[in-house]
Design a protein around this ligand. Structure first.
Ligand code: TPP
Ligand code: MG
Length: 309
């Protein structure tokens, strides 16, 4: 990316969400949309798949979003975005950006086929996945984005060791798309910069935003941002981006905390984790971080630093 990591960015004053949305108090997915749209600007069309956001937006003919929005079936954000992009291209509307928007269930699971195809064909759209680690709109069922150790309404207790959260950014990077990145609702500067950068690129861009869900995670409404930051510090959700599937950059390297400490902050239901299971999760997180370090060919300072760029 052209700017150094986490340099302050100009966040536009303009708001593209109306007050009085249908989100739960403290909804991090709503905050994510608010900031992504600020970075995208008014010439944006949203391809929205089913999930909480299809409710937040409001019932037709009302909408809480001040840009055009197409609401489609579950898992179809990438397909809708391709159609919109093709129609805009026929009209010569290079000035209009297409934003595909889906939750973790719609992206990691149900929409994966359409998502992979859109990435493989390098369609000129930005796909944003807001990840609350479950199918929240239907009551919190397990998705392949659910953190191991978290008990959802459909978690099978006997199977923990060996089950991992799907690494969606690695999957997208393997398509060699121009830009694949993680982001967090706890670090809005980083999110703004990534969206602004992504919209300047042609081709398929993917951003995976970690958005803890106060309702589903049983958090007070003002706790979402703090918990999101702790997930970054625990390296459960490290902040990095990958250019063309090859160039890895770690965007933030804050003082790490152990996974155990992150789990202790959780109010959502957890499995009764044995020491062996906790150690396995920590080992897995450490291994993934080491892989990131090697790929980005940079060394973390002993105490951590705000940025390793
Ligand atoms: C084909 C189909 N299957 C199931 C549903 C029911 N459904 C609606 S929203 C939803 C959960 C979406 O989860 P996610 O994509 O993670 O978004 P979130 O609700 O967490 O915002 C489900 C299962 C549906 N609408 N269509
Ligand atoms: Mg979800």
């Amino acid at each position: 990316m052209s700017q150094p990591a986490l340099t302050p960015v100009a966040v536009p004053d303009q708001e593209y969400l109306s007050p009085g949305m249908y989100s739960c108090p403290g909804c991090m997915a709503a905050l994510a949309m608010r900031h992504v749209l600020k970075a995208m600007g008014p010439n944006t069309i949203i391809a929205l798949t089913t999930g909480c956001w299809a409710v937040i937006d409001g019932p037709f003919p009302y909408t809480s979003v001040k840009v055009p929005l197409l609401h489609g079936a579950f898992g179809t954000a990438a397909s809708m975005a391709r159609g919109l992009r093709a129609a805009l291209d026929i009209q010569g509307r290079d000035d209009v950006q297409v934003l595909a928007w889906g939750g973790d269930g719609a992206t990691f699971d149900i929409g994966m086929t359409a998502l992979s195809a859109a990435a493989a064909y390098n369609e000129n759209v930005l796909y944003v996945c807001y990840d609350n680690e479950a199918y929240m709109n239907t009551g919190g069922q397990q998705s392949t984005a659910t953190l191991p150790g978290v008990r959802t309404t459909t978690t099978t207790e006997s199977r923990l060791l060996g089950i991992r959260k799907k690494n969606i950014v690695e999957i997208m990077a393997a398509h060699r798309i121009p830009f694949a990145a993680t982001a967090s609702i706890g670090y809005l500067d980083d999110l703004q910069r990534k969206v602004q950068y992504a919209r300047s690129l042609k081709g398929f861009k993917f951003i995976h935003i970690h958005t803890p869900c106060p309702t589903g995670w049983q958090l007070p409404p003002d706790e979402g941002v703090r918990i999101a930051r702790l997930a970054v510090r625990a390296r459960i959700h490290p902040l990095y981006h990958v250019l063309d599937g090859q160039q890895y950059v770690i965007d933030l390297n804050p003082d790490p905390i152990p996974v155990r400490q992150y789990f202790e902050t959780q109010r959502r239901r957890l499995l009764p984790l044995s020491e062996e299971e906790l150690a396995w999760i920590q080992q897995d997180v450490d291994q993934q971080w080491q892989t990131l370090l090697i790929r980005s060919q940079c060394a973390a300072g002993p105490g951590g630093s705000e940025s390793v760029r």
